[in-house]
Write a new protein. Structure first.
Length: 267
């Protein structure tokens, strides 16, 4: 059975874990390595069960501990060539990746990682490059889309295949406009390579989800320009306009910024 835990989702650090009875796969490693070790122990898990690490993009909150975990556990790190180059340049990554641990993925080209059938796809964001991942295990399709400035036709296609979906709901537009951020930062966040707002997130789900979509998690919420309940209610309201009832037609939850979720069983 496939299981899912989020260990952190937001600008303080992102890290997601998919695992079966025999192997695990981490998506992004933006939390501290000591913190992650403790959290794994708290769940009765071992980092020695992790066989692969996927990276979405090279911003610090997604790659902070990538070198440390690769070095300590001899883990291969999968990212696009541009993202690997960005990791090498990023001063926030104190321990750099060993050359023999770098693995390269190409958007649109599937790769087999043990039990995980992984397809990376392009996501607009102002990093060196950014990808989402569709991950299929024993017929279950999990999809993650984070740090998305806009929703492309390609992204729509991957949403439409998902049984389980993690998708960014970064900010409430009015909170952002009226908040304390400088104007240049507000412009950046609202741009097509910035971050997805609550309303646009809801529309993306409603217009593209398949009937069998079981669970949606809203990720990467802004601490200053959003609130978990506001994000959930906004997306819920958008879904209702399309005749989709959260709690009945699908489960809708918000991932915590700095603390782990429970264990979700993806069946």
């Amino acid at each position: 059975m496939l299981k899912f835990i989020s260990f952190g989702s937001g600008s303080s650090g992102n890290c997601y874990y998919l695992y079966t009875e025999t192997e695990g796969l981490i998506i992004d490693i933006g939390v501290g390595i000591r913190t992650l070790k403790k959290q794994f122990r708290d769940f009765g898990l071992s980092l020695s069960s992790v066989h692969h690490v996927l990276i979405t993009h090279d911003h610090a909150d997604h790659i902070k501990s990538v070198g440390s975990i690769s070095y300590e556990y001899h883990l291969p790190i999968y990212a696009t060539r541009k993202v690997h180059e960005g990791i090498d340049r990023n001063y926030c990554v104190q321990r750099k990746l060993p050359a023999d641990m770098k693995r390269y993925v190409v958007p649109g080209e599937p790769v087999e990682l043990g039990a995980f059938h992984v397809t990376p796809f392009s996501v607009p964001h102002d990093a060196s490059e950014n990808v989402g991942y569709q991950i299929e295990v024993e017929g279950v399709v999990f999809c993650i889309i984070t740090d998305a400035g806009s929703i492309t036709d390609e992204i729509c296609g991957f949403i439409s295949q998902a049984d389980y979906l993690v998708i960014e709901a970064n900010h409430d537009l009015e909170m952002l406009k009226n908040g304390p951020y400088p104007e240049h930062l507000k412009v950046r966040i609202q741009s097509s390579t910035g971050h997805l707002c609550n309303n646009d997130c809801g529309v993306a789900i409603a217009e593209n989800m398949k009937e069998g979509l079981k669970h949606v998690w809203l990720c990467h919420l802004s601490e200053e320009n959003n609130h978990p309940e506001l994000a959930r209610k906004t997306v819920e309201t958008v879904l209702r306009r399309y005749g989709i009832i959260a709690g009945k037609d699908l489960q809708l939850e918000v991932l915590k910024r700095k603390t782990p979720t429970g264990v979700y069983e993806l069946t």
